[in-house]
Design a protein around this ligand. Structure first.
Ligand code: SF4
Length: 371
């Protein structure tokens, strides 16, 4: 299925059939259904809107890693915690393009890029826009997560061709302050509203297994489902407990509760891609298959999800073969030669990191004036 014909692109008639007024009681009643009934219902909804045997594959690259001023208690990239994570500056454009080409060759239809920032700085922003233009020119969908955006930044990203902006709500409004204190839940909603106003598609979801209550999982999904438009992508993450973060010893979430969360997300947001996201590496094949059965139809594919490992690509392909799943790709024409070429290009012929000063001098107008 091509991305342009994605069921996530809703016409107004379809949109009117979607609900945005779910009460917490209704959502809790879904969670409380017998497991088989819940999964059957979720799979039925899924089949109305998607090919049940296709999974959208995205690749995520961390383009700037660590030293983030935010204090998200689950995140090894926060500068507030000592997790031993190696920090990296903003990557050079060529390095990012090499990774994007490789991801495309390996079957990813969307290239997602994450930077550990509170928000993009004025100094780095022109480089970010150039990254969007050039990755888009490769024929891939683009997604970025850069922290909070003001309206001008959001508009500029949209104009540069960014397809999706990721900004997760993380958890319910009630539990939110136990997880993050450096930006508010409302700040997140405001950024998402600006992204919508700019005409970009929204990728927004949350994390479960952070010690939240069942009511908090209901509250998170209610916030997502009752947005004026459902996010086109809804990543549901299982907490990856990283040593050195405040959540390293939190109690494990019962795996069936995770599957239930996927199933309820599918029912509430029938036309969204529900992404089985962080935490997939710790799930066995049967658990992942249950998640697909419950309506998950998107995964991150590749070595790492920002800073936590993902299942090996070959393991993903083996599981797809066992289940008869197919990747939803944009471009089937990538050859083995291109893959090898992309791999060769990865051998560092360009500087690894981007320098804002170099970028400015290389891209300045002949007069030396910088816009
Ligand atoms: S989740 Fe994002 S905003 Fe929060 S600390 Fe990590 S990189 Fe920063």
């Amino acid at each position: 299925m091509s991305v342009d014909s994605s069921p996530a692109l809703m016409d107004s008639q379809q949109q009117s059939r979607l609900r945005h007024d779910w009460s917490r009681l209704e959502i809790k009643a879904l969670f409380d259904l017998p497991f088989m009934d819940l999964v059957f219902r979720a799979q039925s909804v899924h089949r109305e809107h998607f090919d049940p045997n296709q999974v959208q594959m995205s690749t995520l690259l961390s383009i700037k890693t660590g030293a983030c001023p935010e204090d998200c208690k689950y995140c090894p990239q926060s500068g507030h915690y000592n997790t031993g994570l190696e920090k990296e500056k903003l990557l050079a454009l060529e390095k990012i393009l090499e990774q994007a080409r490789l991801a495309r060759t390996n079957g990813a239809s969307r290239f997602c890029m994450g930077a550990a920032w509170k928000n993009p700085s004025a100094k780095d922003f022109p480089h970010v826009l150039e990254i969007v233009r050039q990755v888009r020119a490769l024929g891939m969908e683009t997604c970025m997560t850069l922290g909070a955006l003001d309206q001008d930044q959001s508009d500029a990203l949209a104009e540069a061709g960014l397809d999706y902006y990721n900004h997760n709500l993380d958890t319910s409004p009630e539990f939110y302050n136990s997880i993050i204190t450096t930006r508010t839940f409302q700040d997140r909603l405001d950024t998402l509203e600006r992204v919508r106003r700019s005409g970009m598609k929204v990728c927004a979801g949350g994390i479960v297994g952070m010690g939240e209550s069942a009511a908090d999982r209901v509250g998170l999904l209610q916030q997502l489902a009752n947005m004026p438009s459902h996010p086109e992508s809804v990543p549901i993450n299982m907490l990856v407990k990283v040593k050195g973060t405040p959540l390293e010893n939190v109690e494990d979430l019962e795996p069936f509760e995770f599957v239930r969360t996927i199933a309820v997300a599918r029912i509430l947001m029938p036309q969204s891609y529900v992404r089985l996201s962080a935490g997939r590496q710790s799930m066995n094949e049967q658990m992942q298959a249950l998640c697909f059965l419950a309506g998950a139809n998107s995964i991150f594919y590749g070595e790492k999800l920002l800073t936590t490992p993902l299942p090996e690509e070959s393991a993903d392909l083996a599981l797809f073969a066992k289940l008869g799943l197919k990747a939803e790709t944009l471009d089937a024409g990538n050859s083995k030669q291109e893959s090898l070429h992309a791999e060769r290009e990865l051998e560092n012929r360009e500087p690894l990191f981007y320098s804002a000063d170099q970028y400015t001098s290389r891209h300045a107008a002949p007069s030396g004036a910088v816009n």
